[in-house]
Every structure is written in structure tokens, then in C-alpha cells.
Design a protein around this ligand. Structure first.
Ligand code: FE2
Ligand code: FE2
Length: 186
């Protein structure tokens, strides 16, 4: 599925701008990590697509998320099994499917933290610009800030991709600064 069709599919099932924005943020985070690992064009696109579609059913079928997308919506399109597995495994508590492949693990690691960094950006007049790792880690310890974001999942994600929390946060901040500058995310 090419980028244009993927965006079309997304806007067919998601009306909320913030959920579209979240989907794009996770897609860019995934794409950037794939590029940093020198993955080929096809694989990099796959990582982007996985990020973009991971919450496809969240708005309309929240109780069945993400199984509804994987079992009902996405089989109508040419979406690889590895992408479907990754989407299932970003919500292991719901699906019982745990992240195993590299694609699975990076999706899990990028999802919650992207949402959290976006929440931090909303508190700052310059959004991602000038955002420091420390201001993000500080907010992570403030449990009533973005309380719906699971700190446990963020730490689990960092463990899954074998990096440090600081490095992962810095990496994502840099990606989002660039994409915001390009006008591609909010
Ligand atoms: Fe989700
Ligand atoms: Fe998500």
C-alpha cells in the first residue's frame, strides 16, 4: 500500500485531527529509526506504514482495538503479516500478542512515548523547538501529567529496543522537531 492510499485509508476511519497527528508522529518515528538502521526503501516504507496504521480502528472500534483493524479492516488491503503482527503486539494487554520482531518492538517503543512527547509539546509555546530530554523525563515523573500515558509501557519500550530512555527521548524529539519544521505534524 503506497503512502497516498494509506493516508486515504486513515482519513476514512479517523476524523480526529489529534489521532491523525499521533498516527503520523509514530509513522515518522518508525521511518526514521528504519533509516538509521540503513534499511532498504521497501522496509523503511513498511516501518512507516506500520506506524501510520497502528491505531486505525481506535476511534470507531475502541473496544475491539487493535484486533478489529487487523482482523476486519486491513485484510481488505495488501498489508503484510509482519505489519499485522506488529499492530496486534502494540497492545499486548488487549490482544495477548507480545512484541517479538524488531518491527513489533520499535512500534511498541515509539507509540506511547510519541504521545507523551506530543503532550509535553502542547505545554510549550515553541512546541518541540528547544525541548530538552530533561523536561520530558521530569514530566514522566509527574504522574498526574498525561496520566493516561502508561509510564510502564514507555520503560518497557526502551527495554525492548535496547536503548536508554534519554537516548530514545532525544531521538524522537529530533525527529519531531524536523517534521514540525516541515509542517508535517502538529
Ligand atoms: Fe493503540
Ligand atoms: Fe498509538
Amino acid at each position: 500500500m503506497n503512502k497516498e492510499s494509506a493516508h486515504e485509508l486513515l482519513s476514512q476511519y479517523i476524523k480526529s485531527n489529534s489521532l491523525i497527528n499521533h498516527s503520523k508522529m509514530v509513522a515518522f518515528a518508525m521511518e526514521s529509526y528504519a533509516l538509521s538502521k540503513n534499511m532498504d526503501v521497501e522496509t523503511t516504507h513498511k516501518w512507516w506504514l506500520t506506524g501510520l496504521l497502528h491505531d486505525l480502528d481506535w476511534e470507531q472500534f475502541p473496544d475491539e482495538h487493535p484486533s478489529y483493524a487487523v482482523n476486519v479492516l486491513l485484510p481488505n488491503y495488501e498489508i503484510g503479516e509482519d505489519i499485522l503482527h506488529a499492530i496486534l503486539s502494540h497492545a499486548p494487554a488487549r490482544t495477548g500478542v507480545h512484541p517479538t520482531s524488531e518491527l513489533d518492538r520499535y512500534l511498541f517503543a515509539c507509540d506511547e512515548l510519541s504521545g507523551f512527547i506530543h503532550a509535553v509539546s502542547l505545554m510549550r509555546p515553541t512546541a518541540y523547538d528547544g525541548m530538552k530530554v530533561k523536561s520530558v523525563t521530569k514530566k514522566l515523573k509527574t504522574l498526574n501529567f498525561a496520566a493516561n500515558v502508561s509510564r510502564e509501557d514507555i520503560h518497557e519500550g526502551v527495554r525492548l529496543i535496547d536503548t536508554s530512555l534519554q537516548d530514545h527521548i532525544q531521538y524522537l524529539i529530533t525527529v519531531f522537531q524536523q517534521k514540525k519544521l516541515e509542517g508535517l505534524i502538529d
